[in-house]
Design a protein around this ligand. Sequence first.
Ligand SMILES: *[C@@H]1O[C@H](CO)[C@@H](O)[C@H](O)[C@H]1NC(C)=O
Ligand SMILES: *[C@@H]1O[C@H](CO)[C@@H](O)[C@H](O)[C@H]1NC(C)=O
Ligand SMILES: *[C@@H]1O[C@H](CO)[C@@H](O)[C@H](O)[C@H]1NC(C)=O
Ligand SMILES: *[C@@H]1O[C@H](CO)[C@@H](O)[C@H](O)[C@H]1NC(C)=O
Ligand SMILES: *[C@@H]1O[C@H](CO)[C@@H](O)[C@H](O)[C@H]1NC(C)=O
Ligand SMILES: *[C@@H]1O[C@H](CO)[C@@H](O)[C@H](O)[C@H]1NC(C)=O
Ligand SMILES: *[C@@H]1O[C@H](CO)[C@@H](O)[C@H](O)[C@H]1NC(C)=O
Ligand SMILES: *[C@@H]1O[C@H](CO)[C@@H](O)[C@H](O)[C@H]1NC(C)=O
Ligand SMILES: *[C@@H]1O[C@H](CO)[C@@H](O)[C@H](O)[C@H]1NC(C)=O
Length: 828
Amino acid sequence: MKPWPLSLVLLCSLLSPSIAGDTITPNTPLSDGKTLVSAGGNFELGFFSPGNLKNRYLGIWYKNISTQTVVWVANREAPLTDNTGSLNISSDGNLILSNQAAKVFWSTSSSLSSSPVAQLLDTGNFVLKEGNNDSCSLLWQSFDHPCDTLLPGMKLGLNFTTGLDLYLTTWKSTDDPSPGDYSFKLDPHGSPEFFIWKQSTKEYRSGPWDGIQFDGEPEMNSDNYFTFEFFINPHAIYYTYKVVDSSIISRFMLNQSMIQRYVWFNSMVGWSLYWSIPKDQCDYYAECGPYGICNSNDSPICNCLYGFSPKSPQDWNLRDGHDGCVRKTSLDCQGDGFVRLTHVKLPDTSNSTVNESMSLEQCRESCLNNCSCVAYAPANISGGGACIIWKSDLIDIKQFVDGGQDLYVRLAASELSTGSTGDDPNKKKQEIVIFVICIASGLLLLVSSGCYIWHKKFKSHSIKFSGRRQLSFDLSLNALGPTQDVYPQDERNGGKELELPLFELSTIVIATDNFSIANKLGEGGFGTVYKGELEDGQGIAVKRSSRYSLQGVDEFKNEVMLIAKLQHINLVRLLGCCMQGEDRMLIYEYMHNRSLDTIIFADKTKCALLTWQKRFNIILGIARGLLYLHQDSRLRIIHRDLKASNILLDKDMNPKISDFGIARIFGGDQIDAYTKRVVGTYGYMSPEYAMDGVFSVKSDVFSFGVLVLEIISGKKNRGIYATEPNLSLLSHAWKLWKEGNSLELLDKSMGCSYSINDVLRCIQVGLLCVQDRAEDRPHMSTVILMLGSASTMLPSPNQPGYCSERSAIDAASSCTVNEITMTMLAGR
Ligand SMILES: *[C@@H]1O[C@H](CO)[C@@H](O)[C@H](O)[C@H]1NC(C)=O
Ligand SMILES: *[C@@H]1O[C@H](CO)[C@@H](O)[C@H](O)[C@H]1NC(C)=O
Ligand SMILES: *[C@@H]1O[C@H](CO)[C@@H](O)[C@H](O)[C@H]1NC(C)=O
Ligand SMILES: *[C@@H]1O[C@H](CO)[C@@H](O)[C@H](O)[C@H]1NC(C)=O
Ligand SMILES: *[C@@H]1O[C@H](CO)[C@@H](O)[C@H](O)[C@H]1NC(C)=O
Ligand SMILES: *[C@@H]1O[C@H](CO)[C@@H](O)[C@H](O)[C@H]1NC(C)=O
Ligand SMILES: *[C@@H]1O[C@H](CO)[C@@H](O)[C@H](O)[C@H]1NC(C)=O
Ligand SMILES: *[C@@H]1O[C@H](CO)[C@@H](O)[C@H](O)[C@H]1NC(C)=O
Ligand SMILES: *[C@@H]1O[C@H](CO)[C@@H](O)[C@H](O)[C@H]1NC(C)=O
């Protein structure tokens, strides 16, 4: 900095005693090689070259952060090719970036100013203002021209007064800051929502603001580190956030198809991913098509709304819900009613209308009065009447367990009266069960002949039995639902019948105290699970399908048929089933200790009771159950959704594998199969399955390996928390293994009574199971040998899945769940 303008600089920044320049004036341009540093030392502005290229860009980055993190770029699309660039304030008062040859690469276009000054503020905002006086008017600011990063205090949205549309766009690549394919942008139509766009395709939707949060991101409200604001008024709509503790350095960015929030830890750990969306498959826009509802805890994740059935049952059976659903009974305009969905992300509001001054009752009236209205919802959950009305297809609905909003969907009167709303199941006691299922499902073209036989058998039995009846399953039915693509000709079972008790609905109603809330154990599988007790004192768990879910039928049969055939101490035992109207229930033996996830992840006091010996028994039990599925039962069964929440524990903590909803049966010598639609749970899916849709017994082995590491560490494989710098349990375990520090993985709450050798052996087996290449992973029979004998020499594991060069995005050994989602997205 030349001595001459120093007085001016000091005058400009009266608040900052620092003499590090943060200002540009007409007399002090900034040339390549020099930088501005904001008064408090937070940000630096200057020329940089991203990646390995020589191109020069003018940008802003964090001053005090070792890995250069650029938050803003001026000349995104017009790089300088040499080091002769300079940023001047031109005679008309605009910032102008030019090279030696006076070629202009970037400039601002503000109105004429007499004494313009440009200053880099401590917020990361680069401002051009009139005069060297803080109270003087702002001519231009970099915050009005976001790139891919939203810093605290920046706004995203629309200013109707100025017409300014503030949105994020990705960089094309790490060495090219020019705008890439993705943007994160507000859509002001209907109830304003943010979308991640890939060019002009919607990829993700935030859901409308419900007065407190975006209803697609219920956890947003409970954040301790950030506060959010969403302003809606006639002049502007925008979103902004603040960091509660100003010593926390954080940024919010659009990174390809993802919104990510990073927090800076220290120079050792670097940036840590704090939060990101999309989180699960249900976050992808319109995953289940029109009138479909997506629930990431279900398998398959797509259901039809109550009163709707799949538009193309064939695709639906193959787990492709994109076509969505159609009404079972068309609206007749007169006398229609509404079914209320709770805890949902409201459908896309782009074509909806919002009335700010309508009570819910008026909203309902208004919807009923227009035949093209298909749904309504309150717009603001914090009171204050406001109503959203949809007159076009309902797209992109997601089911939450908590959070979300109420949505009222219009249905024909007949649908409402026949519906099993669950309020009073006794009423429907006398319905002829299977017949209704066959008719109502509309799915069953494929198995209609089978159903007919089933129906006949049922009828003959129902005459003979009352109370607990016997239902016969004919295994030659081929009615294993959605498994057509790999369904084997299982000759061995041809014609053989299995008997399974069929419970009366009334028995179940009594046992569960009319499905009372107090008896609710949780949501999962294809519905809600209730605890109950039969008259003879036997504890049962009743899995009841969601009332507006139509899916179920195939799933239900799949599970019933499979489990009925499987008998093993480490598989959950099915006691019977119950079918009435559209209600479908499975009755299992009751498991006193619920599921593994509720103990190891959620309940640290209970978790402490899980000694090493107990954990080892659980691991061994799961391995035995899985071996039975893969090898020892008469069929070869791939579970495909093995995870902690599907491992139930009895009162002695013996593990039982449950939830066969998406299991597949393989022919005797079939090795692997391919599926168009990948289902399962992130964090447990093997790379070849998640990325290429190839599954085999080795995909189950991978999930088993993840489970082993989770049981040992007490940590979930997909946590992305600020306190957890290592994004994935697998990469963490792998890193510790390579450093010879594997014991650090151990759950601290386990106590000290363990044999170090046993623990190390288990970790090694876990790592062997999660190896990237399916062919490297051991079979379950080998796993059991390895676990059981201390003398067996174990091979050295190779790198786990998601850590290798497959994930080309990041050559370092960080394994992130996001890479899977990105790959899957790219394949769409
Ligand atoms: C810069 O970082 C160092 C070490 O991380 C810290 O001691 C120092 O206070 C930081 N300075 C500013 C201005 O934030
Ligand atoms: C900008 O400033 C530099 C350095 O003072 C000077 O060489 C260059 O001519 C100026 N460019 C313009 C467009 O005024
Ligand atoms: C800043 O501008 C205001 C209004 O134009 C004036 O009253 C004030 O004295 C100026 N302050 C300085 C430090 O120049
Ligand atoms: C919209 O732009 C005008 C003109 O720049 C400004 O005065 C107003 O504060 C802006 N509104 C919001 C909400 O940022
Ligand atoms: C983008 O996301 C990927 C995967 O989560 C991560 O590895 C990468 O560092 C991110 N890019 C930036 C610029 O933060
Ligand atoms: C909104 O309406 C337009 C035009 O009819 C249609 O193309 C678009 O798919 C609709 N969007 C939604 C979310 O329904
Ligand atoms: C909103 O609803 C109220 C009450 O029904 C009605 O008077 C008003 O005209 C509606 N406003 C709009 C913009 O439709
Ligand atoms: C119903 O809504 C449609 C679309 O908004 C509108 O064109 C039509 O006039 C409305 N009909 C009545 C009877 O209000
Ligand atoms: C929601 O209602 C509350 C209470 O009436 C009001 O303060 C708030 O501004 C409303 N929010 C929106 C987004 O309409």
